[in-house]
Write a protein that binds this ligand. Structure first.
Ligand SMILES: [Zn+2]
Length: 399
């Protein structure tokens, strides 16, 4: 029996790292080759679109989130921190700005990165050395109004809010042709515009709220962008709707209403792997604690297997696979409001198995990569990646 401890693959050492472009308040992921790992399967601004909230990525109620600046002058940092804290007046969530150690939200202040943030707990899926929010000091200048509203907007994303203009009930009549032409000037393709601007969410994302065109989460709409001359100026303040929504999502006491199947990953201790010659396969033991949200339900936990370049092993027999890539998975019914330990304290109480014959023979003389993810199929038929691990590299030689 051989035991291997999987090691994280560093971004800089692999060719298929997500190349994020940052345009406006938007993060797009490049290199969209379906067979390759898409690291940030959840990274829609980081930026896709009060109303609108991705409840699957909300932090626990009354969380204190650690926030750390990775760059920027002390003056700028203290301004941004004070703007962000405005949210605390309306929500039971706190931002604790720390200088050292781990942080839930990590802010890079730079020039030319645009402004963007991962949505809520998606930030927990980002490698700890990477930022989860970008703020662009080149844009700020001495414009403290803009700096404040941008900070509020990005921290809105960090709390799980989406773009209000992407509301399925907005009724905005976009002028598609005009938008394609305008955005082409900054290098966006039609698909980019479809995804970043024209995309609308399923109705459940409105959280029962109405379209709020005063929301801090609404982009301005410039003359020409709609066919009916609908325009929206920059919103510089939290709207009445923003304040009401954030309080619903993060009540000062007790649990939020209408929670969804949600997981918060804690103490992720990697994955140990063993080859078992008798059973003719690989045994995988992911080590972590899972804190569940206010609703229970079935999730799938999936290991996907890739070659050292990051290309998925093609499935041959339809047995161990997800979307044609060799995978092994388990369905787990999660209870509500519990912390569950998997393979902790030296135990091996949660095993995954993959037969050797699912992996191409040649791969056993090379490095291989696995990712671990937890998915949930919503009532609206949308597959949510509740958690996606960093890619982990291993090598296994059969006897
Ligand atoms: Zn945004």
């Amino acid at each position: 029996m051989t035991r291997i401890l999987l090691t994280a693959v560093l971004f800089s050492t692999i060719s298929f790292s997500a190349s994020a472009q940052h345009l406006g308040c938007s993060t797009k992921e490049g290199g969209d080759n379906k067979t390759k790992i898409n690291f940030h399967e959840n990274s829609n601004d980081t930026t896709k679109p009060r109303g609108l909230v991705d409840k699957y990525f909300l932090w626990d109620e009354q969380s204190t989130l650690k926030v750390k600046f990775l760059s920027g002058s002390p003056e700028l940092q203290s301004k941004i921190a004070s703007y962000a804290k405005e949210w605390e007046q309306f929500a039971g969530v706190k931002f604790n700005f720390v200088k050292t150690g781990d942080a839930d939200i990590r802010i890079f202040i730079g020039k030319g990165n645009g402004h963007n943030s991962f949505i809520g707990t998606v930030a927990k899926q980002i490698d700890p050395w990477e930022q989860t929010m970008n703020l662009d000091s080149a844009d700020f200048g001495n414009n403290t109004t803009f700096m404040r509203s941008t900070t509020l907007h990005e921290f809105g994303h960090a709390l799980g809010l989406l773009h209000e203009h992407s509301s399925p009930v907005s009724g905005i009549q976009w002028d598609k042709k005009f938008l394609y032409k305008e955005y082409a000037k900054i290098g966006w393709t039609e698909e980019d515009v479809d995804y970043q601007v024209l995309y609308t969410y399923n109705k459940s994302y409105t959280n029962g709220t109405k379209y709020d065109n005063k929301s801090i989460m609404h982009y301005p709409i410039m003359p020409g962008e709609t066919v009916n001359k609908y325009v929206i100026d920059w919103n510089h303040n939290l709207s009445v709707g923003d304040k009401a929504l954030i309080k619903d999502l993060y009540p000062f006491t007790g649990k939020r209403k209408n929670d969804v199947v949600r997981v918060n990953m804690h103490n992720f201790g990697g994955i140990s792997m063993e080859g078992n010659e008798k059973r003719k396969g690989l045994l995988l033991y992911p080590k972590f604690d899972l804190k569940t949200g206010g609703k229970g339900g079935p999730v799938k936990m999936i290991f996907k297997f890739y070659d050292e370049e990051g290309y998925g092993f093609q499935d041959e027999d339809g047995k161990y696979q997800e979307n044609g890539t060799v995978s092994t998975m388990r369905t787990v019914i999660l209870p509500a409001n519990k912390t569950i330990k998997y393979n902790q304290n030296g135990k091996k109480d949660f095993e995954f198995f993959l037969p050797f014959d699912q992996i191409p023979e040649a791969a056993f003389s090379q490095n291989m990569i696995v990712t671990f993810k937890i998915t949930y199929l919503t009532g609206e038929g949308e597959l949510k990646n509740l958690y996606v691990s960093a890619p982990l590299q291993f090598r296994y030689k059969k006897k």
